[in-house]
Design a protein around this ligand. Structure first.
Ligand SMILES: [Zn+2]
Length: 140
């Protein structure tokens, strides 16, 4: 499955006011750059976020499926599952911002970012990492 979209209009729109050139949305990576311009560590970093999103979405989907079948919870909740990764990210960022009182430090301290930055130089990290590896960074 294609995961990285180069010279993407989606990246142009989403990052219009940002200095960033690449963004991960769900399981896909969008970049303003040409394929030859994206360093491998950036691909690794963004693909780690795509993997994290997939893990969160699958797990919460399975848990919600159980809740729907066992307790009759409304199936409408399936619509919010793709957003839970971003909700978790946002809540963790705010908590860390309250503790660290520095936006950049809080961003780097989010468990998803810690995993992505710590392993972006390992070429085969996403192939060889365990599921939910970002969890171990929650307490760091
Ligand atoms: Zn990141």
């Amino acid at each position: 499955m294609k995961r990285i979209y180069y010279e993407s209009w989606i990246a142009e729109v989403l990052l219009f006011f940002s200095y960033c050139e690449t963004i991960t949305v769900g399981p896909w990576v969008f970049t303003k750059l040409k394929e030859t311009e994206v360093p491998q560590y950036v691909r690794n970093h963004e693909c780690t976020h795509a993997r994290q999103w997939t893990e969160m979405t699958l797990l919460t989907g399975l848990l919600l499926l159980v809740a729907v079948l066992a307790w009759g919870v409304s199936a409408w909740w399936f619509l919010v599952i793709p957003l839970l990764y971003y909700l978790w990210y946002g809540v963790e960022y705010v908590v860390r911002l309250c503790i660290l009182r520095d936006g950049n430090k809080a961003y780097r301290a989010v468990s998803f970012e810690q995993e992505a930055y710590a392993n972006e130089k390992y070429a085969n990290y996403n192939e060889n990492s365990a599921y939910f590896s970002w969890v171990k960074y929650l307490t760091e």
